[in-house]
Write a protein that binds this ligand. Structure first.
Ligand code: GLN
Ligand code: ZN
Length: 762
């Protein structure tokens, strides 16, 4: 029985690659320094897998920035603006595409399927010239070979690559990148030939788009591609790897019929129907099935006994020598190594497995199936599974009961939104085009230091409260000076919008080094939700009340919503996600009610990550949206009409979920709008019908640029052409935390001036 790993985190156990990249970008170290760090990381990863006993070890899963960008480089598909003139693509062009440079902007970035990883979107057009311009897959293969380690080079498959591409600027929007299949296959052939010549015996094509709802012409492209590649691939074993969901029956039929493919990788964690499909549809004789039973997207130790039973079922279908134990997807979506978690409680630690531990699990499963079961390892695992099931820190009967009672019921405010807005206006007395901000104000070095010192017990609680109070007071005064209508306290006590709440809720644990790559050198450290969630005491009331006492203007209470807390955490896998979400919703509901009781009249509940939890398959989306939106409504269904509930969302593509957003039934929705006015038009129109207040960001906070009053007024005017005056709010498009005061002050000054200017004209 063989073992295989789909891919491995490249950042390093302590984010070594991040620091090497950032120092190189800052000109503080050389390309050689960067390459040295990268080489060391690759070597240690390969050695680690080889030592663990993994048979099929991936190569070319390392990347300096992104694996899709690597493929763009391999194909030489560099957009014109980077002036690529041929030859091997170096750091210069590569990082310009990734990050832009002084004269040209970066390529666009978007989410990799339903993960929190972002890839660089290829820009293609009918005139794109392809040439073999990065030999990285071959050089990594050779590099491992020189260490005596045989690897499986991994390429993003040609069809997935094209399906993830978009028409380049200036190219008709209707242009289909898939039409370029015939132009990119020759490059793939060159790569394959070189890998063969270098001695590769397996090659892995990642084709995760196979799990999507594809149209028949898209499925046909797979047949076309792999038929065309057949002669080049002869003599090689070819693995078609899928992940993140089930392969739908049609797609399964299509790919299992392909002659050039010798093995198929399936995600048996998120793909809950795959096992039945293989059972009922059968599996082609003589081919390999790579069974992704070890979860690449979570941090839980595998339930080895249950995996063995799945694997035995599959073994009976495909044959002993044709089943390979694998991970559900690349391990890059989980944390790197549990050994660096020195602060985690030992019981919780026994329930976890990060990438390094998952490699060991995969190998242990493969050996057990081959009759060499490591009894000690399996019994330790069984004991950990049992302790997780019975641990009193996991279960809270009261929370379970309250959450179960929510299922199937509805929670909604009693009055409709127009009536509520009227009641609120009587109390709040806001001008038309009211101004506000999204919550955070610049986080200075001093502020970060104060928080750090308090956490490390270096300053007393008293000193900490005093420092934060001073900061809040500064932020309040500034907003009064700027003449903003609805104020915020600026979130100086928060390090992160999810961590801050997680730290105060029961059922959450935190890692020291549990980083996961988000994009480029950026990593996130999601909290771990291991148990039933409850709120021992109020979390934000102290600060919000203090801030409100400093001003006569309305002060917005600021909370993170349940769906966002869920989607930005590692979530327990022993109950459905919606149950965990309902539990968080109940905790936030208590906070909302405490804020209201403390005299806070406007409460913003951020749902920045609502859309990113949307399942990949259409058939599953309605269910998700239903419980996600329900969870949001649970948090605020109990407030009085006069309490104004805001929500904020960061993404701009709402078109397909607009009805769900309306169904959240918030009084005011602020959204990101900086880059895509036109896309949002339809959303605005729905908003008009709906009647809620809408605040489409009037300037982009992601850039240091300061927008002029005219520019902002112009933007507001465009919105007024579509929206009724009385529902429009004026605000930046997200929190100001990453900006400097030198940018924020003039930008907000201009924003308020624009609102005032337009008020006089209406
Ligand atoms: N209230 C948060 C802030 O202003 C919202 C951040 C977000 O939407 N990502 O920072
Ligand atoms: Zn935002």
């Amino acid at each position: 029985m063989a073992s295989h790993i789909v891919g491995y985190p490249r950042m390093g156990p302590k984010r070594e690659l991040k620091f090497a990249l950032e120092s190189f970008w800052d000109g503080k170290s050389t390309a050689d320094d960067l390459q040295k760090v990268a080489t060391d990381l690759r070597h240690s990863i390969w050695k680690q897998m080889a030592d663990a006993g993994i048979k099929y070890i991936p190569s070319n899963t390392f990347s300096y920035y992104d694996q899709v960008l690597d493929t763009t480089a391999m194909l030489g598909a560099v957009p014109e603006r980077y002036n690529f003139t041929g030859g091997e693509i170096g750091f210069d062009i590569y990082f310009s595409m990734a990050r832009g440079n002084a004269s040209v902007p970066a390529m666009e970035m978007t989410k990799w399927f339903d993960t929190n990883y972002h890839f660089i979107v290829p820009e293609l057009g009918p005139n794109t010239k392809f040439s073999y311009s990065s030999h990285k897959p071959v050089s990594e293969y050779k590099e491992a070979k020189a260490l005596g380690i045989e690897t499986v080079p991994v390429l993003i498959g040609p069809v997935t690559y094209l399906l993830l591409s978009k028409p380049a600027k200036g190219v008709e929007k209707s242009f289909s990148p898939l039409s370029l299949l015939g132009s990119i296959l020759p490059i793939y052939k060159e790569v394959i030939a070189e890998l063969k010549a270098a001695g590769a015996s397996w090659i892995q094509f990642d084709e995760p788009t196979l799990v999507m709802d594809l149209e028949s012409h898209q499925l046909e492209a797979f047949t076309k591609a792999y038929t065309e590649l057949e002669s080049s691939l002869s003599g090689l074993n070819v693995l078609a790897e899928t992940y993140f969901a089930d392969v739908p029956p049609e797609a399964y039929k299509t790919i299992t019929a392909l002659k050039s493919i010798s093995g198929f990788g399936f995600d048996l964690v998120r793909g809950t129907k795959t096992l039945d499909l293989v059972k009922s549809a059968g599996f082609p004789a003589g081919k390999y099935l790579f069974a992704g039973v070890v979860d690449g997207r979570n941090i839980w130790a595998n339930d080895l006994a249950s995996s063995i039973s799945t694997l035995e079922t599959l073994e009976a279908i495909v044959g002993k020598d044709k089943l390979v134990v694998s991970t559900s997807c690349s391990l890059m979506h989980t944390a790197v190594d549990l050994v660096n978690e020195t602060k985690l409680d030992s019981e919780i630690k026994s329930w976890l497995a990060f990438a390094a531990q998952k490699v060991v699990e995969v190998n242990a499963l493969a050996k057990a199936l081959a009759g060499q079961k490591d009894e000690a390892f399996f019994s330790a695992n069984a004991a950990a599974q049992a302790s997780r099931k019975s641990s009193p820190r996991v279960t809270n009967e009261e929370v379970q009961k309250a959450a179960a009672a929510l299922k199937g019921s509805d929670h909604r405010r009693a009055t409709n939104v127009s009536a509520r807005l009227d009641a609120q206006q009587k109390k709040l007395n806001l001008p038309i085009l009211p101004t506000t901000t999204i919550g955070s104000f610049p986080q200075t070095m001093d502020l970060r230091r104060v928080r750090r010192e308090y956490k490390a017990n270096k300053i007393s609680e008293e000193e900490y409260v005093k420092a934060i109070k001073e900061e809040i007071s500064k932020v309040v005064k500034l907003q009064e000076e700027l003449d903003i209508d609805v104020l915020v306290h600026g979130e100086p006590e928060r390090n992160d919008m999810v961590e801050y709440f997680g730290e105060q809720l029961s059922g959450f644990a935190f890692t020291v080094n549990g980083w996961v790559q988000s994009y480029g050198s950026r990593c996130v450290k999601p909290p771990i939700i291991y148990g039933d969630v409850s709120r021992p005491k109020a979390m934000t009331v102290f600060w919000s009340k203090m801030a409100q006492s400093m001003t006569a203007r309305p002060m917005k209470g600021m909370l993170t919503g349940p769906v966002t807390i869920l989607n930005w955490s590692f979530v327990r896998n022993d109950q459905p996600r919606f149950e965990t979400c309902y539990q968080i919703a109940l905790a936030i509901k208590k906070e909302v009610e405490d804020l209201e009781a403390a005299g806070i009249q406007v409460i913003q509940i951020d749902e920045a990550a609502l859309r990113e939890g949307l399942p990949l398959r259409k058939s599953e989306q309605a269910f998700y949206l239903d419980w996600a939106v329900h969870s949001f409504r649970i948090t605020n269904c109990g407030v009085q009409d006069t309490t104004q509930i805001h929500t904020h969302m960061c993404y701009s593509n709402f078109n397909d979920i607009i009805h769900s957003i309306i169904n959240m039934d918030a009084d005011v929705i602020t959204i990101e709008n900086s880059r895509s006015d036109e896309k949002l038009l339809s959303v605005f129109r729905e908003g008009v019908k709906y009647g809620a207040g809408i605040g489409p960001g009037v300037y982009d906070i992601h850039s240091p640029r300061i927008p002029s009053t005219e520019e902002i007024a112009d933007r507001i005017n465009k919105m007024l052409a579509v929206l009724e005056t009385n529902i429009l709010w004026v605000n930046p498009d997200c929190g100001l935390k990453t900006r400097k005061y030198a940018e924020v002050k003039p930008a907000l000054t201009n924003m308020v001036a624009a609102a005032k200017l337009l008020r006089t004209q209406l």
